[in-house]
Write a protein that binds this ligand. Structure first.
Ligand code: SAH
Length: 358
């Protein structure tokens, strides 16, 4: 089976996703690890994650904080709370803050722009945003304020499936809105990140291969893939969404499949920053994070959200590290990285296009 990026066809990607022979899979792991070393080096970069609000206007059927849940407690961090987290991240020696939230227009354009400016004045952190499908004017204002990167997973490239898991807000909303926004973000000068969940109901091997092919076509700077973890209260988690039955073609939402997707993401986007995700660490608490890092990933995103809010940002249940303090989490992750023979990074760790290490 072909393995090199330029040669890897969609069919090759699909065949790798179906591969079960451990000997053959070790070729995939080794190739992904070698490409990781060649293009992004031995450093594992840290991104401090702040989940700044769990308000959301969307009704994504996979997500545990979607607006259909009218009774769950909602929070929105104040500027002071966000900045306390930001200083915490800088003190821990991380190079990037990631501000993530539901799609919450209570986080106004001005409020976020003001926070970005303060971060840039008071720290040397890179700023990554993950705030959903915001209008052009917001994205522009935040770029002007100093934001560096934006994460927006397209969730699936299968359009009919997308509408079932991500209902539109109105008839006027284009089906391909997330792809349009990713292009806009690129044009505005952001580094762009996207990705999908592995094993979402209705996701076939062919669909996932097509998703991975899209990572390459979009020339993503960051790729995030993690297993789908059914959120028991959601419509998708409760089996209330009529997903067409795909029988044996359904991609399993398991650990092995996630490693394959991480490794293939490295093959198609060799220069990208690829996290070993919390969702992966959630389904294998023992060494999920390490195995992700050994099979193509080069980033970890410790959660710095204050513990009282973390338990309300339940996009899926039993998230790894939910009760760990930022410091305990940082120390444990550093230890794991050193045990792997990798270095813990301290800089911003942006994408490098010229082959020099970030
Ligand atoms: N509101 C933002 C951030 C969403 S949370 C946005 O929509 O972009 C970040 C990611 O978590 C989502 O893009 C989704 O891929 C993932 N996620 C959500 N629910 C999940 C679940 N039940 N299992 C696994 N991953 C999930």
């Amino acid at each position: 089976m072909k393995i090199l990026n330029g040669d890897l066809s969609k069919k090759d990607i699909e065949n790798w996703l179906r591969e079960t022979d451990p000997k053959k899979l070790s070729i995939l792991w080794d190739t992904a690890d070698a490409l990781r070393l060649k293009y992004v080096g031995n450093t594992v970069h840290f991104r401090g994650l702040l989940e700044i609000s769990n308000h959301c206007i969307r009704k994504c059927t996979y997500c545990g904080i979607n607006s259909a849940f009218q009774t769950i407690p909602r929070y929105r961090m104040s500027k002071e709370e966000v900045m306390a987290g930001v200083y915490n991240i800088a003190e821990l020696g991380y190079g990037t803050v990631v501000m993530q939230a539901g799609e919450d227009y209570g986080l106004t354009r001005e409020f976020i722009a003001d926070i970005i400016q303060s971060i840039k004045i008071h720290t040397s952190l890179a700023v990554t945003l993950s705030l959903g499908e915001r209008p052009h004017e917001d994205l522009l204002a935040w770029k002007k304020a100093g934001a560096d990167r934006y994460l927006l997973r397209f969730e699936t490239s299968a359009q009919n499936l997308y509408r079932l898991i991500h209902p539109s807000l109105g008839a006027a909303e284009p089906l391909l809105q997330r792809f349009h926004i990713l292009k806009k973000l690129r044009d505005l000068g952001y580094e762009i990140g996207s990705g999908v969940m592995i094993g979402i109901p209705g996701q076939t091997y062919q669909v996932l291969a097509n998703d991975i092919d899209h990572f390459r076509a979009l020339d993503l700077d960051m790729v995030g893939v993690g297993p789908y973890i059914a959120s028991p209260e959601t419509a998708l988690g409760r089996g209330l969404i009529e997903i067409p039955d795909v029988g044996n073609e359904q991609v399993p939402a398991n650990e092995l499949m996630t490693y394959k997707a991480v490794a293939l993401a490295r093959l198609v986007c060799p220069q990208a920053n690829i996290p070993s995700t919390t969702a992966l660490a959630t389904i294998n608490r023992v060494d999920g994070r390490e195995l992700g890092l050994k099979r193509g990933a080069n980033i970890v995103m410790p959660n710095i959200t204050p513990t009282k809010y973390r338990e309300q940002y339940t996009i899926y249940p039993n998230k790894a590290g939910i009760n760990e303090s930022a410091l305990a989490c940082a120390t444990a992750i550093r230890h794991r990285i050193e045990k792997l023979g990798r270095e813990a990074g301290s800089g911003a760790g942006g994408r490098s296009r010229d082959g020099s290490m970030p």
